[in-house]
Design a protein. Sequence first.
Length: 120
Amino acid sequence: MLLVDDTLRSVNAFLDMARSYISQGHASIVPRRKNREFATEYGLTGEHLCAIVRKLHAVHRRNGPMEESDFAKPPGTLFDFLKNEELDGRIRPLYIKLKIPDGEPRLLVLSIHVQDGAED
């Protein structure tokens, strides 16, 4: 059984670490189709997406902490969040899934896009 890194169990500790990695330039947006399409549709760069992540707080948590369940991927601690964000003059609910890999000083933004079913 895999265990979540004890230092990242608290959503606040996780988000503090995530912000630290963003500040250090150790954050990556995973180039999944939904992430790319979202960024393109709203004209957002990696810097814009990281700025959205930096604004997350514990109240935005949807799930977590969770351990990576795909054994083909490196282990790590995951949280997912729902956050309303103004885009193009409208408030949109964003789904954001973050991972801090075990033993690696970096943040992976696995998902960042408008929540499924929330588009007009």
